[in-house]
Design a protein around this ligand. Structure first.
Ligand code: FES
Length: 207
């Protein structure tokens, strides 16, 4: 009697069907993975190539001005009162992160005042109180800056002042910015705007 194999050999049709199924699987896999891979490469490439914008909004005219390094234009000196009183300006810059570009975004505010040192000389202060981050404002008599949150006070030079019987909780003077000297010589106020840590005796850039 002839012995029958326990596992019959697959027929030619079975092998062909199996190969067709494997081919379909591979084709389907490649069809899904290749577009996904191309998408990831394209995304990474666009992130790598996206330039950091260097055009900043002109605060007065609303016209984009080409950036000078990281300086941002605040105003023309003529926009600041000549009598030494501070004027507040909103600082607007183009913002970019990994996904979004936002033009003309308000990133903070500064107070600018002319000094008595000479024509065109100005002081620029961050409007944020160094104590805990509230906004300072000129006092009613215009002779100081005052923070309404915990009563910090600063003179018009940005120095802390202690009023009789009151404490000044600010750990340092108002944060001041240097102006681009070349621009200032042309009557333009440009600064490198940044935020600073609050609650510290030293002025430390916020990272
Ligand atoms: S935040 Fe200005 S005094 Fe506290």
């Amino acid at each position: 009697m002839k012995n029958e194999p326990s596992h019959p050999r697959p027929s030619e049709d079975d092998r062909r069907n199996a190969l067709t199924a494997i081919g379909a699987l591979i084709t389907g896999f490649l069809g899904a993975i290749i577009p996904a891979g191309v998408g990831v490469v394209t995304l990474l490439d666009s992130l790598r190539q996206r330039p950091k914008p260097r055009a900043f909004r002109d605060n007065n005219s609303g016209v984009n001005s080409s950036g000078t390094g990281d300086y941002v234009r605040i105003a023309h000196v003529d926009a600041v009162p000549p009598d030494g009183q501070p004027r507040r300006f909103t600082v607007r810059m183009d913002q970019v992160d990994a996904w979004n570009f936002t033009a003309d975004y308000p990133v903070g505010a500064v107070y600018v005042r002319r000094t008595k040192e000479g024509e065109g000389k100005v002081q620029v202060f961050h409007s944020t109180c160094p104590h805990a981050g509230c906004s300072v404002a000129p006092s009613v008599d215009g002779q100081a800056f005052h923070c309404p949150c915990h009563n910090s006070a600063f003179d018009l030079e940005g120095k802390r002042v202690v009023k009789t019987g009151k404490e000044n909780p600010s750990p340092r003077d108002l944060d001041q910015f240097d102006c681009d000297p070349e621009k200032l010589a042309e009557g333009e106020i440009w600064i490198r705007f940044q935020n600073f840590e609050t609650g510290e005796e030293e002025k430390k850039p916020m990272l």
